[in-house]
Design a protein around this ligand. Structure first.
Ligand code: TYD
Ligand code: MG
Length: 457
């Protein structure tokens, strides 16, 4: 009987079919049919969705000014970096999707957050579908006392989880992970698009009615999409991405979407034996570790509202390959191609027959045009084998490289300068003091060394 309970809806054109097809008979797109729970009868929506059209009463709209909106108090997880990325803590009744590749520390972070909330006297609930309760306990033992106070259920049945949420009415709940829960009225396997969407929407309605803040843990696919084809991103209030490489110590937490705060806030964490530790002085660490050797430049980046100094390293070596290799970590590969092209064309630094490797140290990812100049200087420095600073005083840079070889200013120049000055980097190469890439190279390479290329504010 399970079959009749679900229909298949094309995610492109909305065409519905009673059975799954590889190709949508409506619009001929491939692999777009997604299983959904069928409405009980034509015209009537299921509870919690849509609503009926036939006998429904018209509603009177309210002017926004008259809408009652309580200033709800946020739940503070006591993990400063997490609270900041969330925009000041968890909002009651909100749905947060936390994505990240396996082993990055999603379970650790959520368990710690719930532990702190439990320690502060809030009702919490940890739903694990991935690990057994015993496994979660073993982890929690390493995370301090309060982590063990979190109530846990090991369950993968969606109905049971929803019933538990309704009975327990926790202030905060973690579902680890959304892909392991299974809605029995759908035939699709757990983790399939239809299932994940159903799970999220059912959990959302129970969370909204009880005021429970829910963190859905989601896996990232090989392509980097959250929980399948980004099906949840528009449903949830907040999408957090936990990034970094498993082998590296530093991990960054980033908001991709936030209905209650700014996006692009980033928190930096370090995985230690006792769980995740916030890295509050990230700039100090990265500057302290900067080598100041040929190919090394400090980038004064902005991570959301916060300046962050990171070391950009480049290596240029003769290549036997045609085309030569372009390998990047932490920056966009196409951005490197652009910088290399402008370096060759407008600044006389050719890398056409060399392999170029660029790495942002510490597993940090920088997604802003302000990184261009630091990348260009690092590549030029590596290519010439000339150091741009000393280990004690590496050179810092920021600025966008334009296609005609000009340098363009980027957001928050003052805050970047201040951050650099705070850590003793007085040599900052940046627009508007230098207006072209060529001038920036001249300023960075010795010529102006004695006078100091551009003084920090
Ligand atoms: P985990 O939170 O289970 O990752 P995810 O839920 O994202 O898959 O933990 C990731 C890794 O962190 C795991 O391989 C072990 C390591 N780890 C530590 O180094 N220290 C710790 O205190 C804990 C709890 C985990
Ligand atoms: Mg996990």
């Amino acid at each position: 009987m399970a079959r009749s309970a679900s229909i298949y809806v094309c995610s492109d054109c909305g065409h519905t079919e009673p059975r799954w097809h590889g190709q949508c008979p409506g619009c001929t797109a491939w692999n777009t049919l997604v299983e959904e729970a069928a409405p009980p009868k034509a015209g009537g929506g299921r509870a919690g969705r849509g609503g009926g059209a036939g006998g429904a009463r018209a509603r009177t709209p309210t002017v926004l000014r008259d809408v009652h909106a309580e200033q709800t108090k946020r739940l503070h997880t006591s993990i400063g970096e997490l609270d900041r990325v969330l925009g000041g803590g968890l909002v009651p009744g909100s749905l947060v999707l936390l994505g990240g590749s396996p082993g990055i520390g999603k379970s650790t972070l959520t368990n710690m957050a719930l532990g702190h909330l439990a320690g502060a006297g809030h009702r919490t609930l940890y739903v694990t579908g991935e690990e057994s309760a015993a496994q979660v306990r073993l982890r929690a033992e390493r995370l301090g006392d309060h982590a063990l106070e979190v109530p846990i259920v090991a369950e993968t049945d969606l109905d049971a989880v929803v019933a538990t949420l309704d009975a327990e009415r926790p202030a905060a709940c973690v579902i680890d992970s959304v892909q392991t829960l299974h809605a029995p009225d759908l035939t699709g396997a757990p983790g399939s698009v239809g299932q994940v969407r159903e799970v999220a929407s059912r959990i959302m309605s129970v969370a909204k009615s009880n005021g429970t803040a829910v963190i859905l843990v989601g896996h990232v696919t090989k392509e980097g999409a959250l929980a399948g084809p980004r099906v949840l991103e528009h449903l949830v209030d907040c999408v957090l991405q936990f990034e970094g490489e498993r082998e590296r110590t530093y991990r960054t937490l980033r908001a991709l979407k936030n209905r209650f705060g700014s996006t692009n806030e980033t928190g930096v964490f370090e995985m230690r034996s006792g769980g995740l530790v916030e890295v509050l002085d990230a700039s100090a660490r990265f500057v302290g570790e900067a080598t100041g050797k040929p190919g090394s430049v400090v980038l004064a980046a902005m991570e959301g509202s916060r300046p962050l100094l990171v070391e950009v390293q480049a290596l240029v070596s003769p290549s036997e390959l045609v085309p030569p290799r372009r390998v990047v970590t932490g920056i966009d590969r196409n951005r490197l191609a652009l910088v290399l092209a402008v370096l060759g064309r407008h600044a006389g630094v050719g890398t056409g027959t060399a392999d170029v490797f660029v790495n942002v140290v510490g597993g940090v990812r920088v997604d802003e045009p302000g990184a261009d100049l630091a990348v260009a200087l690092a590549v030029a420095s590596a290519q010439k084998g000339v150091a741009l600073g000393t280990p004690e005083r590496p050179i810092a840079a920021f600025g966008e490289v334009g296609l005609t070889g000009e340098l363009r200013s980027v957001g928050h120049p003052d805050r970047r300068q201040e951050e650099a000055a705070k850590f003793g980097l007085t040599d900052v190469v940046a627009p508007p003091r230098v207006t072209s890439l060529r001038a920036a190279l001249r300023a960075a390479f010795g010529a102006a060394r004695e006078e100091g290329p551009v003084r920090a504010a």
